[in-house]
Write a protein that binds this ligand. Structure first.
Ligand code: PPS
Length: 580
């Protein structure tokens, strides 16, 4: 497991928690972007943290390292942020000298961006050169210096005595069974309480080349008390982890685990060893073959549209949905970013509704760029027809795509209510345009409609395709490599909007530092809420806002396959989170 902490402040260092420990520190301007890039590249296995400042004196630096006892490596760069900030070169050079003097004699490895011939030439280059250099240095450092991540297949969590008894019984049974899986490690790993090195030494490392079955199990009863973040971190680190819960544990604690590890076979509440072995497939060697190396994805070749010459600008980023999944929030958050220029309107709807206007029209949706990255958010692009996605890919091959996934029931309920509010039975091409969203509130009360009405609407392609996230995203993945596509969990908008925003910034390769400075009330505010402030009076008359129980059950049955297919895609792509 590799953890990188970038640009730490002393204050941030003091606030280290178990979930934030790291084995690597990466100092320099913009290094959070490089680390963010790596996290995406390595499918979330690399954690990085960014803060704005660096320590400014030797004393502060010593203090910093005192608080970061886990750190084993330091990446130092002294590259420019941009040509306008040349003075930073000197600052960073001082920082390097200071750090080296603090670390003298310690067990640290220092990687120096400047010493690499590949990046030497980019020393005096503007931002992009520095960024590329950092990516390279991080790659070099991470691949040479850090322990490989063990592949942990199951965790035993819960009450101490039953966990240990189960672990002993499992070992015993496996010893007595000559056909049982081998090699097999079952240790008390306690990931968050040990260093990455100590942890990885307990288990055989993951090996993509070996086809030998093996199983690594971590019996750490205390995991049951982990917070949401730590549970998610485990899921991210060990994508094949399954959970055996032993003893009696509180429903709320169990729910926390089930939220992250869900789907068939993810969590087993167990008493007897036999059941656990069976569940894990350990005795008959069925479950734990190492994953076959993924074939390199073959992207479809994208052909340019005939009017491509009219598109002289490059779009760097598109928010493609999901509809009713916080896309307006995302748009609002990025619109004022100095490195981004959003299209004139939130939703250009060019590639779905207005394609006939031609690429010249689309080109005009942005003023002259002035160096900013051009972006747009059109939630319905998630369901673009394949030949339109092909056009987008041919025009903007390096473009990044962001998709926010919301619980499908919540999404479709929000969408169908919007449809009612707009007095539009059908949300096809452009029918919303020019309507007053709140001029039809009598008719918009969901209480006035039968379950059959809603079910019919949900099954209508207008709604169904927008809820079928997996099909939509898979179409995009035919033309865009998965590294250029970021799938985000809607729930994080409410839970940790700033962290989410920073992840987006890192993905888009724009500065995420300014996110910390944003007003919490602004970042946390609901945008485009169904009971909008302006319409609250009228909306208050509607009585059917909450999904009634019978309809909810019907929706659960209807959408379970779509939730499962999207979760399967998340798993395939290496994401640690799932839709509930
Ligand atoms: N900060 C924050 N926290 C939690 N939820 C939020 C937030 N901002 C927006 N939202 C909810 O996102 C829903 C609107 O999504 P979109 O803006 O994508 O809708 S649209 O497709 O552009 O019409 C809409 O959901 P519903 O209220 O269920 O309709 C918004 O309430």
């Amino acid at each position: 497991m590799v953890r990188v902490r970038t640009n730490l402040t002393q204050a941030a260092a003091r606030n280290f928690t178990y979930t934030e420990k790291c084995s690597f520190v990466n100092f320099s301007s913009k290094c959070d972007l490089a680390a963010g890039h790596h996290r995406i590249q390595r499918r979330n296995k690399l954690l990085s943290y960014a803060a704005d400042e660096r320590y400014e004196s030797e004393e502060d630096g010593a203090d910093f390292f005192k608080h970061t006892g886990y750190v084993q490596g330091v990446v130092l760069h002294y590259l420019f942020v941009n040509v306008a900030h040349r003075s930073r070169y000197l600052l960073d050079k001082e920082l390097k000298e200071r750090t080296e003097s603090i670390l003298k004699g310690g067990d640290f490895r220092v990687f120096d961006a400047r010493s690499s011939s590949r990046v030497g030439s980019s020393r005096f280059l503007p931002y992009v050169g520095g960024f590329e250099a950092q990516k390279f240095v991080l790659d070099e450092a991470l691949s040479s210096a850090l322990p490989s991540t063990p592949d942990v297949h199951f965790a035993i969590i819960g009450e101490e005595a039953p966990c240990r008894a189960l672990s002993d019984a499992m070992k015993e049974r496996l010893r007595a069974n000559p056909t049982a899986i081998a090699p097999f490690s079952l240790a008390e790993g306690n990931y968050f309480g040990s260093s990455p090195e100590a942890y990885s030494q307990l288990f055989q490392p993951a090996s993509a080349s070996s086809n030998q079955p093996r199983a690594n199990g971590d019996c750490s009863p205390g995991y049951i008390d982990l917070n949401d973040e730590s549970v998610s971190e485990l899921a991210r680190l060990f994508p094949r982890l399954r959970v055996v819960v032993a003893g009696a544990v509180g429903a709320d604690k169990l729910a926390r685990w089930k939220r992250v590890f869900h789907g068939p076979g993810a969590v087993l509440e167990v008493g007897a060893a036999e059941k656990a072995l069976d569940f894990l497939g350990l005795e008959n060697n069925t479950a734990l073959l190492p994953p076959a190396p993924a074939p390199p994805p073959t992207l479809k070749k994208a052909r340019l549209p005939s009017d491509h010459k009219h598109m002289t600008k490059q779009v760097s980023f598109m928010g493609i949905g999901a509809q009713k999944a916080g896309t307006t929030w995302l748009h609002k958050m990025l619109k004022d970013h100095p490195e981004v220029q959003m299209a004139k309107d939130k939703e250009t709807h060019f590639f779905d509704w207005h394609r006939k206007r031609g690429l010249g029209w689309y080109n005009d949706q942005w003023a002259t760029t002035g160096g900013a990255k051009l972006a747009e958010v059109t939630p319905c692009y998630a369901v673009l027809e394949e030949h339109r996605i092909e056009e987008v890919a041919a025009l903007f091959p390096k473009m990044k795509v962001v998709f926010i996934a919301r619980d499908i029931i919540d999404r479709s309920w929000s969408a169908v209510k919007m449809e009612l509010r707009n007095n539009v039975h059908g949300i096809s091409d452009g029918q919303f345009a020019g309507k007053d969203a709140y001029d039809n509130m009598d008719e918009a009360d969901p209480a006035k409609y039968k379950n059959s009405y809603f079910m019919e609407r949900f099954k209508h392609p207008d709604h169904w395709t927008r809820s079928d996230y997996a099909t939509g995203i898979r179409n995009w993945l035919k033309y865009f490599p998965s590294e250029q596509v970021l799938l985000l969990d809607f729930e994080r908008i409410a839970r940790e909007p700033k962290a989410l925003l920073k992840e987006v910034c890192a993905f888009l390769e724009i500065d995420g530092g300014q996110v910390d400075g944003l007003d919490d009330a602004v970042v946390g505010a609901k945008v485009n809420e169904q009971i909008a402030g302006a319409a609250a009076g009228k909306q208050g008359e509607a009585t059917g806002e909450v999904i009634r129980p019978k309809l909810l059950k019907l929706m659960q049955d209807l959408y379970a396959p779509l939730t499962n297919s999207f979760n399967a895609l998340l798993e395939e792509l290496g994401y640690g989170w799932r839709l509930k």
